[in-house]
Design a protein around this ligand. Structure first.
Ligand SMILES: [Zn+2]
Length: 148
């Protein structure tokens, strides 16, 4: 009997496999729930007067510069598309999570985890990595007392 056949014929192996599958399903369900947790927390805060206040405060702190590309940000037109989506101008300031809220829901509303980036950078794939590395770079410079 081959090894595979032995495994397939073994009641214990099948039970173990079934348990593994069930565990994986549970983990996936929990992860999905966590992803939604961060989004729900943030969505609930977004648009509130506190959110508006923080956003303006943060823009002042950053000198209205995008932490990702360093370009000057400014509010522009919001264009609604036929499918209900909208498009913002590239320099429009948007809130970005340094550590994504989908993976770190507990940091979804942590102000230390929030920065302002331009819409162009926000849309870009991998912008999160760019922000994280840029932030690390800035923190390191601060620690070493370097000036840009
Ligand atoms: Zn940018």
């Amino acid at each position: 009997m081959s090894e595979l056949a032995k495994i397939l014929n073994s009641e214990t192996a099948l039970t173990q496999a079934e348990t593994k599958i069930a565990q994986t399903r549970q983990i996936k369900a929990r992860l999905k729930h966590r992803r939604n947790d961060g989004k729900l927390l943030y969505d609930n805060w977004q648009g509130s007067s506190n959110w508006h206040q923080w956003r303006m405060h943060q823009l002042e702190r950053q000198g209205w510069k995008c932490v990702c590309c360093d370009k000057q940000m400014g509010f522009g037109e919001k264009t609604y598309l036929a499918n209900g989506d909208f498009r913002l101008e590239p320099q429009h300031p948007t809130v970005e999570h340094i550590l994504p809220k989908s993976l770190f829901p507990e940091l979804a509303l942590d102000l230390q985890n929030l920065v302002m980036v331009c819409w162009a950078c926000n849309k870009k794939k991998g912008s999160k990595m760019a922000i994280a590395s840029r932030m690390r770079h800035k923190q390191l410079q601060k620690k070493l007392n370097f000036k840009e």
